[in-house]
Design a binder for this molecule. Structure first.
Ligand SMILES: [Zn+2]
Length: 593
């Protein structure tokens, strides 16, 4: 369901001038065909921020950020896409269109359903608060008091209590006139196997989960008793709640995050409650699972620096490590704060106070440094085996760092630590970055990995020689694109076949994931095409075809080896077949070379 008609976005883009808009924020100087200035997204003394007014994009060669005019407003004004469209429309004096017709009925139905679900949650939140304040909530109130959560914080967080009753909430919601079907969709009640419909949350302390605008969209319920499982029970995904797109507490902390320019990421509701209550720092909670890239993008609207404050035993592993690595891969500045053994932010602040917690935050360390020390701890680098082991572990992390400059810097630190030559480490990292692509899906690491020269050539071509690049892409099969770092870009470009050539660059940038958009603007921002050899764009396509044949040949060879390992006699026919395939592929590679 599109928020704005495509036609309107296109009109807006044609009328808005990226140069003018960016210049409202950043002084720019003309250098050749493009404009240059100091990057507004990282601090620098020599300009590496470029705007290409003709192709309608910006890119910073320092920090890697890049995109179209909408992306610039999203990042600079910390807006979502829809709001950046509104803002730009205002700037150029276009009035926003009425909601589109056509799919209007569906849109209205969806909107009505979401509206009703929000109301259900509002009533449920009130019910839980009432229960906490009443007789049923005595034990829960006591538990909160023991955890140093005062009434003022209970009110701010909207905490409540789900009594140990089969259908207390259900009855209340039905009495308010909501249908049972709607209640089932809300996830607040569940249908048992015997068709009976009962409350999902019973005998639990209830934490409302809100959108960043403040509406309640889900609940987390904490067990009251030690033997009650699970310890935390959450609302399921619903039309208004997507766990991977929600960060707990952002509605309460977002203005502080924006003002101070960083956010502390903690794990649990009670960690959040203590940091928030004592005003120790702007805080959000991940609620125990590893961050998703959607959550990272949500955060990026408010800050580019994140301090992770997790259990020290867990900081280097599991969900915390995955969150750190994701944030690094998404280009955030990531620091880690370590508390004493066995402490989490909740217990630490209750024991030692907010001032000491703030002190720890001030002394937090860059995640990558922290990781190096952790991995090196206890290893004797006199032994080659240890150095190899250390290098292996660090390479997987390094391969995820999106910016070449930051990656090289990390490489140098690794080299220094393990006393290995810098060039060797850098080369290993490049190799690891390439290998990653075979084990990690594009979804996990959008746009990650390294572009091959032929891919760079095609991407540059899509911006500067759109028609020829399109023709070259048309000559490729889906399988040719398989496993390429630029696959998302190429597949998208092919799917935009009906777009006029001059709109293709901006349409690409608008639809690509943040990471892929960065990859693309980094290449497109170069003044001249990457050198791949004679015949440029058709040459690129030919090289990609050849690479695919080489991948296939390698796979065939692996299969041959496997079968020979199992006994050549038994699998003779299959092996012969494969040898034939291998010959055909070799011929094809020969033709394509
Ligand atoms: Zn920059």
């Amino acid at each position: 369901m599109a928020l704005f008609p495509q036609q309107f976005i296109d009109d807006l883009r044609l009328q808005a001038n990226i140069l003018q808009v960016v210049q409202e924020y950043v002084p720019l100087k003309k250098v050749g065909r493009t404009y240059k200035g100091l990057c507004p997204f990282h601090s620098e003394k020599t300009p590496s921020f470029h705007v290409d007014p003709e192709k309608g994009f910006f890119h910073c060669f320092g920090c890697g950020v890049g995109g179209d005019i909408f992306k610039f407003l999203e990042l600079h004004e910390k807006l979502g896409f829809a709001d950046s469209v509104k803002m730009l429309a205002q700037k150029v004096g276009l009035s926003l269109p009425e909601r589109s017709e056509g799919s209007g009925d569906d849109d209205r139905r969806d909107a009505a359903l979401r509206e009703s679900l929000l109301k259900v949650h509002e009533v449920a939140a009130a019910y839980f608060r009432e229960q906490l304040a009443g007789a049923a909530g005595a034990r829960a109130r006591q538990q909160l008091a023991e955890r140093d959560v005062p009434q003022a914080t209970i009110d701010q967080l909207g905490l409540g209590f789900a009594p140990n009753s089969r259908d207390g909430l259900k009855s209340r919601l039905l009495a308010e006139g909501f249908s049972q079907a709607l209640l089932l969709q809300s996830g607040l009640v569940v249908q048992r196997d015997n068709a009976e419909v009962v409350d999902r949350f019973r005998n639990r302390l209830m934490v409302p989960i809100c959108r960043d605008t403040g509406s309640v969209i889900a609940f987390g319920g904490r067990a009251m008793d030690k033997d009650q499982v699970p310890k935390y029970l959450n609302s399921p995904e619903t039309p208004i709640y997507s766990k991977s797109r929600t960060l707990y507490g952002l509605n309460l902390s977002k203005s502080a995050i924006r003002k101070l320019g960083f956010a502390v990421l903690v794990e649990g509701y009670f960690d959040f409650a203590q940091v928030f209550r004592t005003d120790a720092a702007p805080v959000v909670a991940s609620c125990g699972t590893a961050l998703t890239s959607q959550q990272a993008q949500l955060l990026r609207r408010f800050a580019t620096k994140i301090v992770l404050s997790f259990d020290p035993d867990a900081a280097g592993q599991g969900a915390a490590a995955r969150s750190c690595e994701l944030l690094v891969a998404e280009g955030f500045d990531v620091n880690v704060v370590t508390l004493d053994k066995g402490e989490d932010p909740d217990t630490f602040i209750r024991r030692k106070g907010a001032a000491q917690y703030r002190e720890r935050l001030r002394n937090s360390r860059p995640y990558l440094e922290y990781l190096l020390d952790q991995a090196a701890a206890g290893l004797d680098f006199e032994h080659d085996e240890n150095r190899r082991q250390f290098l292996g572990r660090m390479l997987t992390v390094a391969a995820r760092i999106p910016e070449a400059a930051a990656r090289d810097q990390f490489a140098d630190r690794i080299a220094h630590k393990a006393r290995i030559t810098e060039d060797v480490v850098r080369a290993e990292i490049r190799k690891a970055a390439v290998n990653r692509r075979t084990t990690v899906t594009a979804r996990e690491l959008p746009g990650g990995g390294q572009l091959k020269p032929a891919e760079r050539g095609l991407i540059w071509g899509l911006f500067h020689k759109t028609k020829e690049a399109r023709a070259a892409l048309d000559g490729l099969d889906a399988d040719d694109l398989d496993q390429l770092a630029g696959r998302e870009v190429f597949e998208l470009a092919r799917s935009l076949h009906d777009q006029p050539a001059d709109l293709l660059p901006s349409e690409l940038l608008r639809r690509l994931s943040t990471m892929s958009a960065r990859l693309v603007t980094a290449v497109a921002g170069e003044d001249t095409a990457p050198v791949v050899g004679p015949g440029d764009l058709s040459e690129c396509a030919r090289i990609l075809k050849r690479l695919r044949c080489e991948r296939e040949r390698a796979a065939v060879q692996r299969e041959i080896d496997r079968l020979q390992g199992l006994g050549a006699g038994k699998h003779g026919d299959a092996i012969n077949l494969l040898l034939n395939q291998k010959r055909t592929l070799a011929q094809r590679i020969e033709e394509l070379t």
